[in-house]
Design a binder for this molecule. Structure first.
Ligand SMILES: Cc1cc2nc3c(=O)[nH]c(=O)nc-3n(C[C@H](O)[C@H](O)[C@H](O)COP(=O)(O)OP(=O)(O)OC[C@H]3O[C@@H](n4cnc5c(N)ncnc54)[C@H](O)[C@@H]3O)c2cc1C
Length: 327
């Protein structure tokens, strides 16, 4: 009695837990044939099997199998297969048809924080801002309180120059390390980065891998107290715990915010399918169920038109969009 798992790394690993005792009882066998595709259960299985004499394990590279020719890989490289960097995806709308190219996600893999003792901290790109804020508070460092309610990573925040309550991440940053195309690391001093309103221009292109920050001193109680106060304020004015990507549009120059303009234009609570401008804050699009990216785009187009007709102001999206959209 035996079983073969084809493409085990994309199968549900509990299937193996289920059949394993049956096979053991019946003196059975199991074979796994798959491409690892990252550090998942397939990868763990491979590691286990390579070090366990009870298992036979054979690794075939692309060169061995000829599944993809070197020429095809080279052609792909030359064609400039796009590479996308993903943090927590909290400021992202991905097309219903997906996105072409390779997506490199930092959130799970670049998660170290090092406290250097002189109030400076090095955080890897995948560290979540709320976690960094709590670690700073526990170490008696003040500075992250305003950003503690932003559900993004350090890398995403440094790309967007994320900010709240009058403070942007750029103001806390000493340097940023960016990995270029060949994996080479460039350390860029903060003064060489142009931090603007929800944008940052770097002198080198690539993926942000880590950054150095300097904070002020504070007591744990005071820092946690301020964090609590700001997050209560946030909860009171924004949809909390709902499915959203934060602000849909940038605030335009002038006195009225994008949220206020959408509200005045009658868009608060307006929906396209399950995508709605929040009743609590009109610049937040919330997914009330099974909203598609196309519905979100249609809603945003409607909001943009309404504000243009009502106030003559052209709203510009803040959310990043990946892939193809019709509107
Ligand atoms: C409920 C809610 C509240 C929010 N409140 C605020 C707020 O108060 N202020 C604010 O500024 N934003 C806010 N946001 C938006 C969002 O959280 C921030 O923009 C955040 O910084 C995005 O981080 P991320 O890791 O999720 O980035 P993602 O959404 O994953 O990516 C955003 C952009 O950054 C790029 N990127 C991500 N990581 C890297 C990397 N390592 N190297 C290079 N490029 C990278 C991506 O390619 C993409 O272009 C809010 C969002 C939500 C859902």
């Amino acid at each position: 009695m035996g079983v073969t798992f084809s493409e085990y790394s994309i199968a549900n690993p509990s299937a193996w837990d289920y059949v394993r005792p049956i096979l053991a009882e019946n003196n059975g066998w199991a074979a796994f044939v798959y491409t690892p595709r990252g550090r998942n259960h397939g990868y763990s299985m491979f590691n286990m099997a390579t070090g366990n004499p009870e298992w036979f394990c054979s690794l075939k590279t692309v060169d061995d199998t000829g599944a993809i020719s070197l020429e095809a890989i080279d052609a792909e490289r030359r064609a400039g297969r796009p590479l996308h960097f993903l943090g927590a995806g909290s400021n992202l709308l991905v097309s219903d048809a997906g996105v072409g190219g390779t997506v490199l996600c930092t959130k799970k893999h670049l998660s170290k924080v090092v406290f250097l003792g002189d109030r400076s901290v090095v955080a890897e790109a995948g560290v979540m801002l709320p976690r960094l804020a709590v670690l700073c508070a526990l170490s008696g460092l003040s500075g992250m309180e305003s950003l503690s309610g932003i559900p993004g990573t350090v890398g995403g925040a440094l790309t967007m120059n994320a900010g709240a309550f009058g403070l942007c991440i750029g103001e806390l940053t000493e340097w940023v390390e960016v990995a270029g195309e060949a994996g080479e690391i460039h350390r860029v001093e903060a003064r060489a980065i142009r931090f603007g309103y929800r944008e940052a221009a770097y002198p080198v292109q690539g993926v942000i891998v880590r950054a150095g920050f300097r904070f002020a001193g504070g007591t744990r109680e005071a820092v946690f107290g301020r964090m609590r106060q700001l997050n209560e304020q946030r909860r009171g004015s924004q949809p909390w715990g709902e499915k959203t990507f934060g602000s849909a549009f940038r605030n335009p120059p002038g006195t009225e915010s994008a949220g206020r303009l959408l509200d005045l234009s009658g868009m608060k609570g307006w929906c396209e399918g399950d995508a709605c401008f929040s009743e609590k804050h009109a610049n937040f699009v919330v997914n009330r169920g099974r909203a598609t990216a196309a519905e979100v785009r249609r809603l945003m187009a409607r909001g943009k038109d309404a504000v243009k007709s009502f106030a003559g102001v052209l709203l510009v999206p803040e959310v990043k969009m990946w892939g193809e959209f019709d509107v």
